[in-house]
Structure formats: C-alpha cells, structure tokens
Write a protein that binds this ligand. Structure first.
Ligand SMILES: [Zn+2]
Ligand SMILES: [Zn+2]
Length: 262
C-alpha cells in the first residue's frame, strides 16, 4: 500500500540505514562526510516547534508529522491544525489523534549519544528540586550504544540544532616513550595532527588511537603535562583549563602500555 512506504516504519528503516553508514565512518578522518550525513538525518529527528531533537517523540496520526510531546500538546491548546502541513487533526479534540512514537524516539536516542542521559538527568533534577522521589535506572556507560565513538556525546538539548557549527580544535598527538624498541614505529601515529569537535572526549581519542595503532583500549593512556586525563573530559574543558590563550594545536601525549599483565 502507498501509505506504508511513507509510514513511520519506512522512515525508521531509512534512518537506521543512514545511521549505520554514519557509524561506519571514522569521525576524525571523515569529519566532513560525517557532518553531511548527520545533517541529512537531522530534518527527520528535529522538532519543527522547538528546533531541538525530539523528546517524547509524538506523531499526529492523520499526517504522520512528529514533534516533541510537550511542544505539540502546548501548540494544540490554541489550534486544531498540524503546525507543519495544516491538516485538521480532529474536529474537537486534537489530542486524541496524537500517538507516542517509540520507534522514532529510539532512533533519536541512538543517533544522539548523550541525549537520553541528559534528559534523564533533567527529569531527575526536576523531581529533586521539588523534593519528590523518583527511581530511575542508573545509566551505565555500557548501556549506551556508541559503536564508533562519534564525538557528539554530551549534548546540550537546547543547542542541539547547532551542532554542525561545533567549535573545532586542532590537536597534536605525541607519543611519550623512553624506549626505542622494535615496536617504536608501529606504535606511533603516522599522522599526529587531528582536528575534531571541541566536544570530543578523551575516550574518543583513545578509541581513535586503538583503531589506528591496532592496540587495545586498556593499553592507551592520554596525558597532558604528565598527568593522566579522565575519559570524559572534553577537549573544550581541557582547552579552557590548560591551553587558554595559547595557539593551536593543543599538544597531548599518549603512551602505549605493554599488553602483558592481564
Ligand atoms: Zn519540540
Ligand atoms: Zn502534519
């Protein structure tokens, strides 16, 4: 049927395919390509009313347009028409023709690492600030699908739409090594200069190093001024705290530990 090809499932399938092709790319090496692909995806996962990523994605059953739940519910207090296509949603009670869209919300959370956690945190703080109890499953790092370590984690929902204007930083990754063993060249980056989003975290860089040097994650340690850097520190935090006013690139060190001892 004609409707099915345009329905939410078809959109979901298309998004999943696009998502997979984004995840296959190395975000540091294919920065431009990743940006272009994410931009294409964006029009399907951004709310027309608030320009942020969908939160509690809610679809109008009459026209299949999707919005954040709170955005569309508020909008329909004063209208009976879809804000995007102007179709009449219902003669008297437009809320009856809204449906929570779990498939769409699932896609948004998969596409935007960090969004779910920041939303959970926001809800938790809302309850806490009013002295209310609410039990939420703690989000562990393992529960977050992030197969390629795209440097778009820890999203600020209010600025989500403008991610493509992310500040960029240039980094120089130097290997710290006293030895001149046989692995010296093998374990040293051929291309030590990288550009990445200021939101990239230390763990993303570690992953890139693992990938390029074919070592395991536990073997890679990132250092700045001989101090080990925490995994979740962003390049922006590092820049502001230790490199402010200096010129690019920001110089980081890494060490590759031996595989033994496990
Ligand atoms: Zn919205
Ligand atoms: Zn519509």
């Amino acid at each position: 049927p004609k409707m099915a090809a345009q329905g939410p499932m078809a959109i979901a399938m298309r998004l999943r395919n696009q998502l997979q092709s984004v995840y296959k790319l190395d975000p540091l090496r294919n920065e431009e390509e990743v940006k272009v692909k994410i931009k294409d995806l964006n029009e399907h996962i951004v709310c027309y009313l608030c320009a942020g990523y969908f939160i509690d994605a809610t679809t109008i059953t009459e026209c299949l347009h999707t919005f954040c739940k709170s955005c569309i519910v508020k909008y329909l207090q004063t209208s009976k028409y879809c804000p995007m296509c102007n179709i009449k949603i219902h003669e008297t009670q437009p809320l009856l023709n809204l449906k929570l869209d779990r498939v769409m919300q699932d896609i948004v959370y998969k596409l935007v690492p960090g969004l779910q956690e920041s939303e959970d945190k926001r809800i938790r703080e809302f309850y806490q600030s009013r002295g209310l109890e609410r039990v939420i499953q703690p989000a562990t790092e393992d529960s977050v699908p992030d197969p390629a370590g795209l440097p778009y984690a820890s999203f600020d929902h209010s600025k989500a739409h403008f991610y493509r204007y992310d500040e960029q930083v240039s980094l120089c990754l130097e290997r710290l090594s006293s030895s001149s063993g046989k692995d010296k060249n093998k374990l040293t980056l051929q291309q030590k200069y990288v550009r990445c989003s200021a939101r990239a975290e230390v763990r993303h860089l570690r992953r890139v190093l693992c990938h390029r040097l074919s070592v395991e994650k536990q073997q890679v340690q990132m250092l700045f001024n001989n101090e080990s850097l925490p995994d979740h520190m962003t390049m922006k935090q590092l820049w502001l705290s230790h490199w402010f006013g200096k010129s690019q690139p920001l110089v980081l060190h890494y060490t590759i530990k031996d595989k033994r001892g496990r």
